[in-house]
Write a protein that binds this ligand. Structure first.
Ligand SMILES: Nc1ncnc2c1ncn2[C@@H]1O[C@H](COP(=O)(O)OP(=O)(O)OP(=O)(O)O)[C@@H](O)[C@H]1O
Ligand SMILES: [Mg+2]
Length: 267
């Protein structure tokens, strides 16, 4: 049972599921027959999936399975060798500017500029995607406070700890009004309070009708947080579905955890 529902039951109140976003179900990210070659290495081969509005999809797979490559193709950092990516209806290559305006990205390793402060760095990242939203000042203060970064906002990014750097990249991604949010291993290196904040933020983003694609090795978290899972194996899509659907693929009546399914399907 969800912790919130449990708490509400203990308090004697009925559990109330959050209202579904009005655009729920509209595909906001479509990856079609995507392949990416690095020289002689075919890192990603013929991968297709969608992430719809109001949905959190987990991208899982062993080291080198192709998760970061898929995400970097979605963001436009890498050009697909073949196949297409559509962000909120815009082709990521043909309509790069429009597509970019509708996405936010937290990279595997935050690439921060040493001469900028935390506040400047975040504003810089937000501006690379488009104009600052009108409520930027209030939202940035709220978000930085949430991630314990408000007191650090005038510090140079070089003086930040690893977790603070990660939180800075996360704050920047959630500050601009993107339809599609892509996160590459966002939970690594963040303290427990930051992890709780980030999970809540992801759930709030889903409730706002956005599409979230998150790569992670933390399968128990993926199991609880994600609506569907896309499992990669050696550059190919190995499985896709809800936990119940993945269990069904393994064996009828299976009660396997995502970790058990992963081990079985990655063999
Ligand atoms: N710049 C590059 N040049 C050549 N090969 C690369 C490059 N980046 C990734 N690869 C190769 O592409 C494959 C997929 O790598 P990718 O980084 O997408 O995996 P991943 O699933 O994100 O792994 P991890 O869990 O370790 O982050 C690997 O075989 C990797 O060696
Ligand atoms: Mg990776």
């Amino acid at each position: 049972m969800h912790e919130r529902d449990l708490l509400q039951q203990l308090l004697g109140q009925p559990a109330t599921p959050p209202p579904a976003p009005t655009n729920a179900g509209t595909p906001l990210l479509t990856v079609s027959a995507l392949s990416k070659r690095y020289g002689r290495t075919l890192a990603v081969e013929d991968i297709s999936f969608q992430v719809r509005a109001g949905e959190i999809v987990g991208l899982v797979g062993a080291n080198g399975a192709g998760k970061t490559t898929v995400l970097r193709c979605c963001v436009g950092i890498l050009r697909p060798t073949s196949g297409t990516v559509t962000i909120a209806g815009y082709d990521s290559v043909q309509q790069e500017r429009e597509a970019k305006r509708h996405l936010a990205f937290v990279p595997e390793l935050p690439n921060l500029y040493p001469l900028l402060t935390v506040a400047e760095q975040i504003e810089f990242i937000v501006r690379t995607y488009g104009p600052l939203p009108p409520d930027y000042a209030a939202r940035s203060e709220a978000l930085l406070t949430r991630f314990d970064l408000w007191e650090q906002r005038h510090k140079l990014t070089t003086s930040l700890s690893k977790g603070m750097r990660q939180k800075t990249a996360v704050a920047a991604a959630f500050l601009h009004a993107a339809q599609v949010v892509l996160l590459d291993e966002p939970l690594i290196g963040i303290d427990p309070s930051g992890i709780r904040q980030l999970k809540d933020l992801i759930l709030e983003t889903r409730a706002a009708g956005k599409a979230i694609l998150v790569s992670t090795h933390l399968l128990d978290t993926a199991e609880r947080l994600c609506d569907r899972i896309v499992m990669l194996h050696r550059g190919r899509k190995r499985a896709e579905g809800t936990l119940a659907e993945l269990r069904q693929q393994l064996a009828a009546g299976s009660t396997a955890t995502l970790e058990e399914i992963f081990v079985e399907l990655s063999a």
